[in-house]
Design a protein around this ligand. Sequence first.
Ligand SMILES: [Zn+2]
Ligand SMILES: [Zn+2]
Ligand SMILES: [Zn+2]
Length: 309
Amino acid sequence: MPSTYDTPVFPGPVHAHWQATAASKGFDLIARIRDRYHLQLRCQTCSGSFTAKLFTLMRHQPLCPHCLAARRSAVANAAGITFLGPDPDRRGYGRFRAPCGHVLARQFELIDRIAKGATGLRCETCHNAREAAEARRFGWERLGYCPSGRPNYRLYRHHCGHVQRIAQANMLWGQCDCAGCGQGWNAKPSFLYLLRIVLPAGANRPTRHYLKLGYSAHPVKRHRHQLGLARDAQVELMRVLAMASGHLACRAEQAAHRRLTSAHPEAVVPATELAGAMNVVREIYRPMLLPMIEAELDRIAAEADRTSG
Ligand SMILES: [Zn+2]
Ligand SMILES: [Zn+2]
Ligand SMILES: [Zn+2]
């Protein structure tokens, strides 16, 4: 039999009980290939063929790589991204193209959770670019992560030339006096902020993830207190956008909420679901809305930069 495959057919008997086992597991045994340990199988579901070990066929359930890729693509599409293939370097990880165009390596398990709406996806390249853009608005150039390795610190260069490390949360809120020239950032702005809130699982509730997009005239640093969150809630500051005035910030925030709620009503968390967990029950969104909220904030930032010249 001439081989239609790259790998040569292995000369040797194809036993009837191998064929029966293959059929019972959803495959046609096409040929023995490469050496005495390998078989070429055809999937009865998708008609795709692949190489499997004889041992795997006889002892386990072989996985059709074509069906697996199709399942992973479907999950990725539901999560709003494109599956490119398994990560060659890490088991359990795939490579995906995010809506921004960047390629991200993520665990398949995480993509499952995103597809189910339990969490959101963030591109670190875009995120770092946004951190840098925000710092520029306060007169600082983001040089990179802090050489000390402390995860919450970044290295920045002030426009006077002085380089210093600054806690990321302080930079986000514009609280960064320069030790070189003594200048702070004197504007009295207001802020749009985005928080990720995680409420731990309760007696008969799973862990709950939410996004809160808000507006404040002051840094929101004591989240729990300021938002009336339960003591065991976890809060992560995802993004801050400084606006030139409270009026601008408030107007931009309300316009963003109008657009988000009319375009994605299914992502607005009903107040009843939040009763008892937090005082703030308006403008809370499901985590899958993260990319849309980021895009909304990008638009607001671009608009603010354009009008401020
Ligand atoms: Zn298949
Ligand atoms: Zn990106
Ligand atoms: Zn300075």
